[in-house]
Design a protein around this ligand. Structure first.
Ligand SMILES: [Zn+2]
Length: 185
């Protein structure tokens, strides 16, 4: 990302919005936005890999409530919420921090929720696990503050491997959701 160019473009945008980019409150805004974009769009530069694993076996591993923030590619407004990942290991398991990094790798981009869900499932499944489920519950500011102005939460899901099977799928979703609701009571 060319930071100086981003600053120039943001300054232009401020002018087109009808504001004065030289006034006190706005004069450092292009710089702040350029810095922020480097952070929130850092997913493009992520070299995070799922290669470090522990030798261990388990029927299923569930990482629930991984908080994420992303930017919708249609409006460049935030959408955010929680991602739940379940997978059936094939002799090796991934550290939880690796899963969090995986979520960040794909959320810190211009995204749509459905693709974010698929990207995570595909990368995890490519590691040779027996099956993967990724569920994402998110709210979208582009729907809340404009357009239909609705507070609905959108859920998206991706299933790979053994979880493409109907019975396995139902079982694992119940597991992810049941444990989540037990905690909230
Ligand atoms: Zn949008």
């Amino acid at each position: 990302m060319d930071k100086e160019r981003v600053k120039k473009l943001v300054r232009e945008l401020i002018i087109e919005i009808g504001e004065d980019p030289t006034r006190e409150g706005l004069k450092d805004t292009p710089e702040r936005i350029a810095n922020m974009y480097q952070e929130i769009f850092g997913g493009y530069e992520s070299d995070s890999e799922l290669s470090v694993q522990f030798s261990e076996d388990s029927d299923v591993v569930i990482a629930r409530d991984i908080q994420f923030y992303s930017m919708c590619e249609h409006h460049m407004l935030p959408f955010f919420g929680k991602i739940h990942i379940a997978y059936s290991p094939n002799g090796r398991v991934f550290g939880i921090s690796k899963l969090v990094r995986l979520v960040e790798k794909y959320s810190k981009r211009l995204q749509i929720q459905e693709r974010l869900t698929k990207n995570i499932a595909d990368e995890l499944f490519a590691q040779g696990v027996k099956g993967v489920v990724v569920l994402a519950d998110a709210e979208h500011l582009c729907m809340k503050m404009r357009g239909v102005r609705n507070d609905a939460t959108l859920t998206s899901s991706a299933y790979r491997g053994i979880y493409e099977n109907r019975e396995e799928k139902d079982g694992i979703i119940t597991m992810i959701r049941r444990r989540a609701s037990v905690e909230s009571h």
